[in-house]
Design a protein around this ligand. Structure first.
Ligand code: CU1
Ligand code: CU1
Length: 287
C-alpha cells in the first residue's frame, strides 16, 4: 500500500527522486516501450479493431492498469517513488510549480515549441523523443496555447461530468453525449466545446500531448493520475453506479467486439475491467 500525492505537496527531494526514476526508465529504453504501447492502443472510432484505451468505456480501467505498469517500473528503480497527480482545476496556469525548472520544466519556445528548461528539455541530452508520431526528437509544449488561448477545465466543467450518475451509454464511443465516461474523457462534437475535461488538458499542454504519443511528455502520468483519482471519486459519489456495458454486446451491435464490457479482457494485459474497479488495496490518493 502506498500513496499518490498531489504534485504541489511533493518535497524537493520527492520531486528529484521522481524525475530521476523517470530518466532511468528513459535510459533503459523502458520508457519508450510505454509510449509505443500507448500508440498501439490509440484506436479511434473510425478505425477497425478493438478499442480498449480511448473513446470507449474501458478508458478508465485501461489507463489505471497502464499507470500501474509505469509505477511498478518506477518502483523497480526507486521503491519510494509513486506517480503524483496534477489537479488541473487548481494548478491551472503555466506559472504553477509543476512547470518549474526542478520538476517538469516549462513551456516550449515560440516557433518550434521546443521545451528549453527542466530535466526533459532535449538540450540536456537525457530526453530524446523516439517512435513518436512526429519526427521531432525534442519535447514540445504550448502551455495555454497563447496564439489562441484556451483554459484548463474549471471546477464547474468537471462537476458537469462528476454529477452524471450513469457510467457510459450506447454507442459507447466518442459521440455519446451522456454518461460520466465521455463527459470526463471529453470527446464532444462541434465548435469550441469539442475538447472537454481530460481532452482539454491534453490540448492545453500541446506538443506531443496532443496525439497518440502523449506519454512522451511526463506530465501525461500526472494528468492521468488525477483522472484515475476522479474515477475513484465518482464511484464514491455514486455508490450504486456500475461499470457499463455490464455484459458482452450482442452480435448485431456495431460495437460488438470493439468495446470491452465488464468481464471482457483488455489488451495488452488480458485484464478485465472488473479487476480494476477498486484500487484501494494497492494505493490511495492523498487528499
Ligand atoms: Cu491514453
Ligand atoms: Cu489522456
Amino acid at each position: 500500500m502506498y500513496t499518490r500525492k498531489n504534485q504541489r505537496n511533493l518535497t524537493s527531494a520527492e520531486r528529484r527522486r521522481f524525475v530521476s526514476a523517470v530518466l532511468a526508465l528513459k535510459r533503459s529504453g523502458e520508457y519508450d516501450e510505454f509510449v509505443r504501447t500507448h500508440i498501439a492502443h490509440y484506436v479511434a472510432d473510425g478505425e477497425d479493431g478493438p478499442r480498449a484505451a480511448h473513446m470507449t468505456p474501458s478508458f478508465f480501467p485501461w489507463h489505471r492498469r497502464f499507470l500501474l505498469e509505469f509505477e511498478r517500473a518506477l518502483q523497480r528503480v526507486d521503491p519510494a517513488v509513486t506517480v503524483p497527480y496534477w489537479d488541473w482545476t487548481a494548478d491551472n496556469t503555466p506559472a504553477a510549480a509543476l512547470w518549474s525548472e526542478d520538476f517538469l520544466g516549462g513551456t516550449g519556445r515560440a516557433g518550434d515549441l521546443k521545451v528549453m528548461t527542466g530535466p526533459f528539455a532535449h538540450d540536456t541530452g537525457h530526453w530524446t523523443i523516439r517512435g513518436g508520431v512526429t519526427d521531432r526528437p525534442y519535447l514540445m509544449r504550448d502551455l495555454g496555447r497563447p496564439s489562441a488561448p484556451i483554459a484548463l477545465p474549471t471546477r464547474d466543467e468537471l462537476a458537469w461530468a462528476m454529477n452524471e450518475p450513469v457510467y457510459d451509454a450506447a454507442p459507447w464511443d466518442s459521440t455519446v453525449t451522456s454518461g460520466f465516461r465521455n463527459r470526463l474523457e471529453g470527446w464532444m462534437s462541434g465548435g469550441v466545446e469539442r475538447w472537454r475535461n481530460h481532452n482539454r488538458v491534453h490540448r492545453w499542454v500541446g506538443g506531443q500531448m496532443l496525439g497518440a504519443a502523449s506519454p512522451s511528455d511526463p506530465v501525461f502520468w500526472l494528468h492521468h493520475s488525477f483522472v484515475d483519482l476522479l474515477w475513484d471519486r465518482w464511484q464514491r459519489m455514486h455508490p450504486d453506479a456500475v461499470y457499463l456495458p455490464r455484459t458482452r454486446l450482442g452480435r448485431g451491435d456495431p460495437q460488438s467486439g470493439r468495446v470491452m464490457s465488464l468481464e471482457e479482457p483488455m489488451p495488452p494485459w488480458h485484464v478485465k475491467p472488473s479487476e480494476l474497479l477498486d484500487h484501494r488495496n494497492l494505493y490511495r490518493y492523498e487528499v
